[in-house]
Design a protein around this ligand. Structure first.
Ligand code: HEM
Ligand code: HEM
Length: 221
């Protein structure tokens, strides 16, 4: 087995080219994911069903209309539900974007494909005189992207399952466990976003990898 990195491959580096499909996927997913997280944040805080019951009752009381806690709860619940509907619409978009990500992977130039990049980076690490510290860091980041892709897949599957299982009586018990996975996975995704933004900012502030963000915008031509 040879330890020569593939000659077609550029050296492992955060600076590089990104296909049009990748850029379209990246920025659309960024917008959709931000929207999805905003719906969760609002549904769990400002539009939380329980905490708005008193608000509905007080507001109606001012107009001399008295409603029971249960009646106020159903109004408050409607607003909460509206946000979950938006969460689901955005969820469909995110799932479609993930499908698009899988499809265009087959049409990516080899040096921009997930698995060949990992293989080439491992080879480069074994080369004499390799900058091991930089390449190991690069490899770690590439693995983080793989974890994110797996988390997005899990999120889309569990989300779509919850939409489907809402009307199926037999699936109600499993739905509970699936919902737990979906909620936990959100923290995996949020952790990725924090690390990713930190990494991107450090790259732009440092000397070695300036321009990574413009490359994700203009393709790095
Ligand atoms: C929801 C938020 C985001 C997600 C889920 C996300 C996801 C990703 C993924 C999966 C990749 C790797 C693509 C690949 O080569 O397979 C990537 C690369 C990149 N992202 Fe993001 N991203 C997000 C937000 C952002 C933001 C806000 C910026 C810039 C301000 C940014 C800048 C970049 C850059 C510069 C790269 C290329 C770095 C490299 O090649 O390693 N991302 N992003
Ligand atoms: C960035 C991606 C996503 C995040 C962070 C996220 C997060 C969440 C969270 C925290 C909940 C609340 C769970 C609970 O309290 O029981 C939830 C519920 C839900 N999500 Fe997602 N989700 C994402 C993507 C999706 C996708 C792709 C779908 C698929 C359409 C989806 C469909 C649902 C459904 C159906 C619910 C249940 C709503 C209800 O109980 O009425 N989500 N999501």
């Amino acid at each position: 087995m040879t330890t020569e990195p593939n000659s077609k491959f550029p050296e492992p580096s955060f600076n590089g080219k990104h296909s049009r499909s990748m850029r379209l996927w990246h920025w659309s997913s960024f917008l959709a994911m931000s929207g999805s997280l905003i719906t969760v944040l609002l549904a769990k805080t400002l539009f939380n069903t329980k905490s708005n019951i008193a608000l509905v009752q007080d507001t109606l009381n001012e107009a001399k209309i008295s409603v029971s806690a249960d009646q106020a709860k159903s109004v408050s619940h409607e607003f909460n539900d509206l946000l979950w509907h938006w969460h689901i619409y955005i969820g469909y978009a995110l799932s479609a974007l993930f499908l698009f990500r899988i499809i265009f992977e087959f049409f990516q130039p080899k040096e921009q494909k997930v698995i060949p990049i990992l293989k080439n980076t491992l080879k480069a690490l074994k080369m004499p005189g390799a900058d091991k510290k930089y390449i190991k860091h690069y490899l770690l980041v590439r693995w983080l992207y793989v974890i994110l892709y797996l988390s997005l897949f899990t999120q889309a599957c569990t989300g779509l399952f919850m939409v489907y299982s809402d009307d199926v009586e037999n699936l109600k018990t499993i739905r509970h466990n699936v919902s737990d996975i979906h909620s936990f996975n959100m923290w995996v995704i949020i952790s990725f976003i924090v690390l990713h933004l930190g990494g991107v900012i450090m790259s732009e502030l440092g000397k070695r990898n300036k321009g990574v963000v413009s490359e994700m915008i203009n393709g790095g031509e």
